[in-house]
Design a protein around this ligand. Sequence first.
Ligand SMILES: [Zn+2]
Length: 141
Amino acid sequence: MYPSAMKGEEKQAEKMLRLSLSFSPREPVTPPIPYWLYKLHGLNINYNCEICGNFNYRGPKAFQRHFAEWRHAHGMRCLGIPNTAHFANVTQIEDAVSLWAKLKTQKASERWQPDTEEYGDFSGNVINKKTYEDLKRQGLL
Ligand SMILES: [Zn+2]
């Protein structure tokens, strides 16, 4: 049983839905949920993903979820890019490609770290020198 206020709201929602349908009669929109809920979930907003071959996702939830789904994964595979968390919310092929290039550069610079560790050895020598001086000051050397 619905309170009468709720019924009125539903009627209003139905009216709005019919209105929105008449504005775009070719769009096959028959939401199985009340319009206010439909709108609450942002299902009236379409999200386009270029990586998915310009596929449209209805609502932010479906859009967020699709990044882990097969269509997006397939699109990424076609681009030769691993579908990792780095690429969440990336929908443009160009963005994905440039981000992948950036990540690869970052990975390449990570490989240089053994060199910077030599600096670590150097500072280690400084610490050893300090320790040496401390010991010397204490008359232990
Ligand atoms: Zn996608």
